[in-house]
Ligand binder design. Structure first.
Ligand code: EPU
Length: 421
């Protein structure tokens, strides 16, 4: 059933909210359970569509999955004989490509169609395949499906030409059970890389250096049971921080990891927003006098995350002055700007740069989500706009944000969903 969201803007967000488990960690850790030789349990998973699709994929491979949303997921991978992911499942999310590394590590063979997910750029996976090849696997691409086979996976040096989160994770998955040691050079350093390493190590894997640009993985023949809780969602935390700032609110975000948020916190402080933190909470307070424009350049971690560029650009539409946003990671991540323009934003795009001239206020309008974080940008814009904003194509938002409107409403937002006839 198609739905739309109606947001009546202009309510300052106030109160306390708890951040959910990390989407981009969850979508790596769930496929990684296939590497375990015993049942294992994951906690703190976000209740989002991407997680539900991965449950379907594990079950289609033959794994036994006991999933209680909001509580735990126990996966018994032992009966899983399947090696192939269907097109219907693979096209639903980007992270279906992690089944390549996980199945390769588990049984030396994987058949996975080219993944779906947000259309924010061409998103090749040549570096993943290059990594698998270094470990001795051969890839054949037939009719949009990768068929990867390795008679024996043998640890090796993998040099990435570009820093890639997906490539780093995929090679870690394959290498966890390879013979010998794999060294990944120019590895991604995002928090979910560290979390995946911690998960693998909790099963007895030997992964060292995650969080730096050189990761060493000593393959293990047997990985044992574990119970593991994934880290809080860095991007949901950032989205809530931005929403608090955009509505001139005062919000405490509990259960987060403030050190993961440093690039965003620095920018919000530069804009004149008050941000304070403790061990696992961040408080964001914005004054009624408004915020200053800033320049943003997206970069790999610990730089400013591309996933927060879109919600941040919504906030900048009403900042005092002109902001320059450079998107260096994905070439097509400004599609939300046309929608923000419908709401009165003044934006010019030149290739990978957006120039945002701050306006007094946005006004509500019907807008359409084009990808997950575009959805977050439209939510932020709707919360700050005068009047009612209608957001269409909510499935993007539901893929990655757990109960987002309930969370925002608990802070005083006026949001509801309705079916579209
Ligand atoms: N790239 C290549 N070749 C490759 C792999 C990547 O050229 O083999 C390029 C990409 O085209 C891009 C850059 O390298 O320009 C970075 O891509 P990366 O592989 O790091 O991104 P990803 O694995 O496709 C993940 C997240 C994204 C997040 C990026 C960057 C998941 C499932 N996806 O994507 O999350 O934006 O890392 O941090 O973890 C989102 O959550 O909304 C989202 C899109």
């Amino acid at each position: 059933m198609k739905e739309r969201m109606l947001i009546t803007g202009g309510h300052p967000l106030q109160g306390t909210v708890r951040v959910s488990g990390g989407k981009n960690t969850a979508v790596a850790v769930i496929p990684a359970t296939l590497l375990c030789d015993e049942p294992c349990t994951i906690e703190n998973l976000p209740d989002i569509d991407d997680v539900r699709v991965l449950v379907d994929i594990l079950q289609s491979l033959g794994a036994r999955v006991d999933y209680v949303p909001g509580a735990f997921m126990t996966v018994d991978p032992r009966p899983a004989e399947g090696r192939e992911v269907s097109y219907q499942d693979a096209r639903k999310l980007r992270a279906s490509y992690y089944l390549l590394g996980a199945l390769l590590g588990r049984c030396g063979e994987a058949k996975v169609p080219y993944p779906g997910g947000c259309r924010i750029g061409s998103r090749p996976i040549d570096q993943h395949l290059k990594g698998f090849a270094s470990l001795g696997a051969e890839t054949e691409e037939i009719g949009g499906t990768y068929h990867i086979v390795a008679e024996e996976l043998v640890g090796s040096d993998v040099f990435f030409d570009v820093v890639t989160v997906g490539g780093t994770i995929n090679v870690m998955l394959a290498a966890a059970k390879a013979k010998g040691t794999t060294i990944i050079y120019n590895a991604a350093k995002e928090p979910h890389i560290v979390d995946l390493a911690n998960f693998l190590n909790s099963m007895g894997a030997k992964v060292k250096g995650a969080g730096t640009d050189v990761i060493r993985i000593k393959g293990q023949g047997y990985l044992h049971t574990t119970t593991y809780a994934v880290i809080p969602d860095q991007i949901e935390t950032g989205t809530l921080m931005i929403a608090a700032a955009a509505t001139r609110g005062d919000v405490v975000i509990n259960g987060c990891i403030p050190t993961h948020m440093e690039a965003l916190t620095a920018k919000l402080l530069e804009m004149g927003i008050r941000v304070t933190d403790s061990d696992d909470a961040i408080r964001v307070r914005s004054s009624s006098s408004g915020v200053r424009a800033v320049n943003i350049k997206t970069q790999v971690y610990p730089g400013f995350p591309t996933d927060l560029q879109q919600p941040m650009s919504a906030l900048l539409t009403t900042a005092r002055g002109t902001s320059v946003i450079q998107e260096t990671i994905f070439e097509n991540r400004f599609r939300h700007m046309d929608e923000l323009s419908r709401m009165g934003a003044r934006v010019r795009i030149m290739d990978r740069t957006a120039i945002v001239e701050g306006v007094e206020e946005l006004h509500g309008a019907p807008v359409t989500t084009t990808d997950l974080r575009a959805g977050a940008a439209l939510l932020v814009a709707g919360l700050m706009a005068r009047g009612v904003t209608e957001i269409y194509e909510l499935e993007y938002i539901d893929r990655g944000y757990e109960h987002i409107e309930q969370k925002l409403c608990s802070l005083g937002a006026d949001i509801h969903r309705e079916a579209i006839c």
